[in-house]
Design a protein around this ligand. Structure first.
Ligand code: F6P
Ligand code: MG
Length: 443
């Protein structure tokens, strides 16, 4: 492997990684403890004395974890029996082996990506080790609240989709393109609503998501949307009854408003036949506060189906049917919640890599996925996206991400310097975004 830059880490004092480990992660842990505590009566006591004891132990484990973090203790192996525990422990051993006997991996010395993923995995362990409460999602309440606070915006996008459905049959190619570009931007900016950057605080979509698109265009720092469209439209034009179905994959990020925008985009792709099947990839445990699990997806669909608003219930019903018919498929491979960069996937999760290889286009939603695509490394801003992917080319792929970590590649010379002059927080404020595309075999 060629020499690559060091990963971002809290060891760089003053960096965003440092501030995250020092301030944001302990805040998230405190909130998790508080949530468990507040559910004592409504959830844990259902299980009698056993439930009360389990609640106490889970809180004890999370408080211990917060103490380990704040005092920069060594990373310890996992002790639960979840199927990824062995892989995690091998990863931890590898980190230890790379350091030699004098040092040990720890919160303020190891890579940020590793430590941040490890924190969420240890939260999960605290719950797993305490049956009968082992299916409690400490972030569920925040996700549900965030969904309800975005209710008006959700209604706007679902109504838009419903009206689009009525007109779509008579659309010219240029109209299809305009609508695709619009819905891709809605899904892009939907990524602002994540509950990790906000430390678990409300970060829902309050404004009309369609009205702001035009004024947001100048905040898209890399815009490869034409290339994405060309790929989709060429596949569509070359389609014959013999060709294999066109498959689009969406590696999901946050539940709530962002998830709805992803489902809207997916539905549009399917109903226009720009795609014949959509494969979603979610998380198999609560992750980075707001990331989507199967339970979040099911909850979202049920909630929409039960709505009094016709467009919401229609979306909920149509989307449920798509899953039922198998034209939408949900996957939750454990690799997505490992600390590995995606360039490790072909070796460490070859089954997932070959699954993604079947895709015609993969959307990677959000900041964490971008960090994993690029290895969360200290790349220069002008290095190409292809280089930063370090050989991860399962299929043509597109990152839809608002910037919330101090990493960004593929910029023009001077672009980063100018941005720093006009807005020193441009990398982490979530106010800027990218639509960044890579095709391993361009036609
Ligand atoms: O807390 C760190 C972080 O990875 C940030 O970089 C980012 O704000 C967030 O968590 C995850 O963002 P997203 O939901 O877009 O992946
Ligand atoms: Mg997220």
């Amino acid at each position: 492997r060629r020499r690559v830059p060091e990963p971002l880490s809290a060891k760089y004092i003053g960096s965003f990684a440092y501030l995250t480990v020092k301030d944001r992660l302990p805040t998230i842990l405190t909130k998790a403890v508080d949530t468990v505590h507040r559910h004592k009566k409504t959830f844990f006591e259902k299980y009698g004395q056993e439930g009360v004891e389990a609640e106490k132990r889970a809180i004890g484990l999370m408080s211990k974890l917060r103490n380990e973090l704040q005092t920069d203790k060594a990373v310890i192996p996992l002790t639960d029996e979840f199927p990824d525990a062995a892989q995690w422990n091998t990863y931890i051993e590898r980190q230890q082996a790379a350091l030699g006997p004098e040092e040990f991996p720890s919160w303020f010395k190891s890579s940020w990506l590793f430590m941040e993923c490890y924190m969420y995995r240890r939260i999960h362990e605290s719950i797993l080790l305490n049956p009968p409460i082992c299916d409690f999602d400490v972030f569920s309440e925040a996700k549900i609240q965030s969904f309800f606070s975005s209710q008006d915006a959700i209604l706007i996008v679902c109504t838009y989709l419903q009206e689009l459905q009525r007109k779509i049959e008579n659309f010219e190619e240029s109209q299809l393109k305009d609508e695709f570009m619009l819905l891709m931007q809605v899904a892009l900016w939907g990524n602002r609503c994540d509950l990790s950057i906000s430390g678990g605080q409300d970060n829902s979509q309050k404004n009309n998501p369609l009205a702001s698109l035009e004024s947001l265009k100048s905040f898209i720092l890399v815009d490869d949307s034409e290339r994405v469209w060309n790929l989709l439209v060429n596949n569509w034009k070359n389609k014959t009854s013999q060709t294999t179905p066109i498959r689009v994959d969406i590696v999901l990020d946050n539940s709530g408003f962002e998830l709805v925008t992803d489902l809207v985009l997916a539905y549009f792709l399917l109903s226009t036949q720009l795609a014949d099947e959509i494969h979603f990839h979610g998380k198999s445990m609560p992750w980075f506060v707001s990331d989507t699990t199967r339970r979040d997806l099911d909850w979202t669909l049920k909630n929409l189906q039960a709505s009094n608003h016709a467009s919401l219930s229609m979306c909920g019903n149509m989307w449920e049917q798509n899953l039922h018919k198998g034209v939408w498929v949900y996957h939750d491979h454990l690799f997505w919640t490992l600390p590995h960069e995606f360039s490790d996937m072909s070796q460490d999760a070859p089954d997932l890599y070959s699954e993604l290889h079947k895709s015609n286009l993969i959307f990677f939603k959000g900041d964490l996925n971008y960090r994993k695509l690029t290895g969360d490394r200290k790349w220069s801003h002008t290095i190409s996206f292809d280089t930063a992917l370090q050989g991860f080319h399962p299929a043509p792929l597109c990152s839809l991400r608002t910037l919330k970590a101090d990493i960004q590649v593929g910029l023009k010379p001077e672009q980063a310097e100018q941005l720093t002059l006009s807005d020193p927080q441009w990398l982490v404020s979530g106010n800027y975004a990218i639509i960044q595309f890579s095709d391993p075999n361009p036609k």
